[in-house]
Design a protein around this ligand. Structure first.
Ligand code: ZN
Length: 435
């Protein structure tokens, strides 16, 4: 097993290097970062391939084959990031500066830190001569995760399924820890909500704005609808993941309204993260009506970002819309429909994650979580229905609430100690699964 201090140093240096490649998506420009990772993995004995949907934006697939057939374990990551406005930051977002025991920069948490831990762990293992006894270790680093994955994981899974096929996938979306009533819990992401964005339209009759009563103002009809979407909430819904989480928290969850209120009472921070996993959510974000200030609009449009529990589709979303805003006076057209999906909560991979957590942090436990957003795991679960895909990159020095505030925000940073913890996890897991 590679030495802990060495793993931490390698991960830290690699993360600093990765942050210095500006991979803000759009446009992404992931090629240089991918070439760098490829050279490290090839140097350690991996077979590597760059697969690109468009020039300059390759995905990296690295494989270390075992001596006999067996399961394929895939460490998944993405190397693109969201944008950063240097004016809001205390350091240059592409400096990878080491300050106060942390690496600072865009992507430190989401998710170059995890990619660095994955690659540092597997290259250290392979350089020591480790090879899977059976099965195969893959490292897949995608482009374009932050802008829809049509040139990244979605494309890879559709166009090159044989190259990225896996039985077990470890990706982003989990690993953050939080304290609940004195006990530390590590989240393992096992499910992700779907995205059902829609445009809601109201209609009226156009007219000159100087005689308001001559027209029928479509914009005014949107006002109560906007209000209802932001204040109202459709009925809460059971799903296996939040049910299991609440059981682990010791909260009786037969009645979801009472359960949410109970979590709210015990720790409001946990309630904020739990609530969106208990059903369909609506966030009205954009509105459009007349093109001219002196014309009363005959049509007005509201765009709503709607998230739906895994496995459920448009019909379910529509039912919840009607529950909140009634069923007449508007039209709804879905503009994006991506059904969320899940992996089983119980699996040998979950047991291995649990063992690692208990060995590192004696009184801690793992809890399954549903992500309100979605990650590249979604495309793998869809393409390979039997695969178990979890989000897990352990962090202890900073907790889930701190991480949630740093992702996609200014001064994104990750403690060096957590980079070491994550690298130990990835270095220990591969030999446990593959021998
Ligand atoms: Zn990410």
């Amino acid at each position: 097993m590679p030495e802990a201090a060495d793993l931490e140093r390698r991960t830290t240096e690699l993360l600093q290097r990765l942050i210095r490649f500006n991979t803000v998506n759009p446009p992404g420009q992931e090629e240089e970062a991918q070439e760098h990772l490829k050279s490290l993995l090839e140097g350690a004995g991996f077979e590597c391939e760059l697969l690109a949907a468009v020039t300059g934006r390759p995905n990296l697939v690295a494989r270390l084959r075992g001596r006999s057939d067996g399961p394929t374990l895939c460490y998944l990551g993405h190397v693109d990031t969201v944008l950063a406005d240097p004016g809001d930051w205390s350091v240059d977002p592409w400096s990878g500066e080491l300050r106060d025991g942390m690496v600072w920069g865009r992507g430190a948490v989401d998710m170059k830190g995890q990619v660095a831990a994955e690659v540092a762990a597997v290259t250290a293992l392979a350089e020591e001569g480790w090879r899977p006894a059976s099965g195969e270790l893959k490292v897949v680093v995608t482009a374009d995760e932050e802008a829809g994955a049509t040139q990244g994981a979605k494309w890879l899974c559709e166009e090159h399924p044989d190259k990225v096929r896996a039985d077990l996938v470890v990706n982003e979306g989990g690993g953050d820890s939080f304290e609940f009533e004195g006990r530390r819990l590590y989240a393992v992401e096992v499910a992700e909500k779907g995205v059902f964005r829609f445009t809601l339209t109201t209609s009226g009759r156009a007219g000159h704005a100087s005689i308001p009563k001559i027209a029928d103002n479509a914009l005014a009809k949107l006002a109560p609808i906007v209000q209802a979407f932001s204040d109202g909430r459709p009925e809460l819904e059971h799903s296996p993941e939040p049910d299991a989480l609440m059981a682990e928290l010791g909260v009786d969850h037969d009645d979801l309204d009472a359960a949410l209120a109970e979590v709210q009472r015990r720790d409001p921070r946990v309630a904020i993260l739990l609530e969106p996993t208990l059903g369909v959510t609506f966030a009205p974000t954009m509105i459009r009506a007349s093109e001219k200030i002196n014309v009363i609009p005959a049509r007005a449009e509201l765009k709503v970002d709607c998230r739906v529990p895994p496995g459920l589709g448009e019909e379910h979303a529509r039912r919840r819309i009607e529950e909140v805003v009634g069923n007449d006076g508007y039209d709804v057209r879905f503009t994006e429909s991506v059904v969320g999906n899940r992996s089983p909560i119980e699996s040998p991979l979950m047991d291995l994650i649990d063992e690692f957590v208990r060995a590192e942090d004696a009184d801690a436990a793992v809890v399954p979580v549903m992500l309100p957003g979605f990650t590249d795991s979604r495309w793998f679960r869809e393409a390979f229905p039997d695969c178990v895909a979890y989000g897990f990159c352990p962090r202890r020095e900073i907790d889930m609430f701190q991480t949630a505030a740093l992702m996609h925000s200014a001064d994104e940073r990750v403690p060096v100690a957590d980079l070491g913890l994550a690298a130990r996890f990835f270095a220990e897991l591969a030999p446990r699964v593959l021998g």
